[in-house]
Design a protein around this ligand. Structure first.
Ligand SMILES: Nc1ncnc2c1ncn2[C@@H]1O[C@H](COP(=O)(O)OP(=O)(O)OP(=O)(O)O)[C@@H](O)[C@H]1O
Length: 328
C-alpha cells in the first residue's frame, strides 16, 4: 500500500479539461514537487488531493483510506491532510499566540517544539498585522501543523519571499519531515526550489503529467522542450552540428537534436575539433558569465565560471566533454 495514491483524477470546467486522468503515488516521507507552467492544473490537483475540490473522475487514498471530496461529505477536507493555499489568510488583530491556539491539538510541550521548528517562538506576542510576509507564511504553516496532519500540501510556499525568508522556510519544511513525521507534497514554479528539495518531480502541462522523475532525470534528460525550458536555459544542436561538437558522437538515427545545458557547453579560443562560433554578447551574473554565441544565424548559450578571456566579436570554438548525451 502506498502512503498517497492518486488514481485517475480528471476534472472538467466549461472551457475544457483541467486535469486528464492523473495518477501517481507518494511513499511516506518522499518529497514530491509538482512543476508546470501557469494554468497547467497544479493547484486544482492539489485541492483535489486535499479533499477540498470534487474531481469528475478518479479517487485519492491516504494510507488506503479514501479522501472524499466536498460533494461526498459534509465537511470538506481530510483531518490528516493540511493544505496551505497560495492565498492563505491569518485572522487579523490577534496576537500570534491567540491565532495559534485555535484548532490546536498539541500539548504545550509539543506546541513549543513545533514553534521552534517553524522558527516562530520569538513572534508569539506580536500582532498578526505586525509581521513580514515570510513570518506570516511560517505562522500560517504552524497553524496548520497544530492539527497534527500526516500529509502537508503546499501551494507555491516560496512565492513572494526574499532569499533569506525562503531559506528559512526551506529549513522549516526540511525539518518537518525529519522531526514531526510529516510527508510533504508541494507546487513550485521555481526550478531551484524543486530541484534542490524534491526526491521526485512531476511536470504538468495542460492537465497532464508530461514527465515524472528524479531532479537529475528531469534536468538532464527532459523528454521535450517544454520540460527542458521549465528548469533553465538549454541548447539544441541539430544533428549536423552535434557530431562536430563531440568527436565520438554518432549522429542520432532518429534525426533528433543534441540537448546541452549552458554549463556543459565549453568555449575555447582555438580547438582542433569543435564548432566555430562568434561571441555575440557577454552578461555578468555574479557567480558566472553567460555567453551568447552565434553559429551561422543561430544563437547558443554557454555559462562560464571564473575569468572570461573573450570579448564580443571574438571567434571561438564550442565543444562538449560530458560523457552523458541526451537528444530531444
Ligand atoms: N473554478 C474554476 N473554474 C473554471 N476554470 C478553472 C477553475 N479553476 C481553475 N480553472 C482553470 O483551470 C486551469 C488550471 O488552473 P490551476 O489553478 O490548477 O493551474 P496552476 O497550474 O495551479 O496555475 P498557477 O501556477 O497560475 O497557479 C486554468 O486554465 C484555470 O483558468
Amino acid at each position: 500500500m502506498h502512503f498517497l495514491e492518486v488514481a485517475g483524477i480528471s476534472k472538467k470546467e466549461q472551457k475544457g479539461d483541467i486535469l486528464q486522468n492523473i495518477s501517481f503515488q507518494q511513499e511516506q516521507f518522499q518529497k514530491i514537487a509538482i512543476a508546470g507552467e501557469t494554468g497547467s492544473g497544479k493547484s486544482t490537483l492539489l485541492k483535489i488531493i486535499a479533499g477540498l475540490l470534487q474531481p469528475d473522475a478518479g479517487k485519492v487514498f491516504l494510507e488506503g483510506d479514501r479522501v472524499f471530496g466536498p460533494a461526498e461529505q459534509l465537511v470538506a477536507g481530510h483531518p490528516e491532510i493540511a493544505y496551505l493555499s497560495q492565498h492563505f489568510e491569518l485572522p487579523e488583530f490577534l496576537r500570534v499566540e491567540q491565532a495559534l491556539r485555535y484548532a490546536n491539538t498539541l500539548t504545550a510541550q509539543e506546541a513549543e517544539h513545533l514553534y521552534e521548528i517553524c522558527q516562530i517562538s520569538h513572534l508569539l506576542q506580536r500582532r498578526t498585522d505586525e509581521l513580514s510576509g515570510g513570518e506570516k507564511q511560517r505562522i500560517a504553516l504552524t497553524r496548520l501543523l497544530t492539527t497534527s496532519p500526516r500529509l502537508l500540501l503546499l501551494d507555491e510556499p516560496f512565492s513572494n519571499l526574499d532569499t533569506a525568508h525562503k531559506n528559512e522556510l526551506k529549513t522549516v519544511i526540511q525539518d518537518l519531515g525529519e522531526q514531526l513525521d510529516i510527508t510533504c507534497l508541494l507546487i513550485s514554479h521555481d526550478p531551484l526550489d524543486t530541484l534542490s528539495w524534491a526526491d521526485e518531480i512531476l511536470v504538468m502541462r495542460d492537465g497532464n503529467i508530461q514527465q515524472q522523475g528524479t531532479p537529475e532525470q528531469i534536468y538532464q534528460s527532459p523528454i521535450n522542450e517544454y520540460v527542458a525550458s521549465l528548469f533553465g536555459k538549454f541548447n539544441l544542436f541539430p544533428p549536423s552540428l552535434a557530431t562536430q561538437l563531440k568527436e565520438s558522437l554518432k549522429e542520432n538515427s532518429a534525426g533528433k537534436s543534441l540537448f546541452v545545458r549552458p554549463e556543459n557547453l565549453k568555449v575555447t579560443e582555438h580547438n582542433t575539433s569543435g564548432v566555430s562560433a562568434v561571441v555575440h554578447q557577454i552578461t555578468y551574473y555574479g557567480s558566472y558569465h553567460e555567453l551568447n554565441l552565434s553559429v551561422k544565424d543561430q544563437l547558443y548559450t554557454a555559462r562560464v565560471t571564473g575569468q572570461v578571456k573573450f570579448s564580443s566579436g571574438n571567434r571561438v570554438t564550442l565543444w562538449v566533454e560530458e560523457d552523458f548525451v541526451w537528444y530531444i
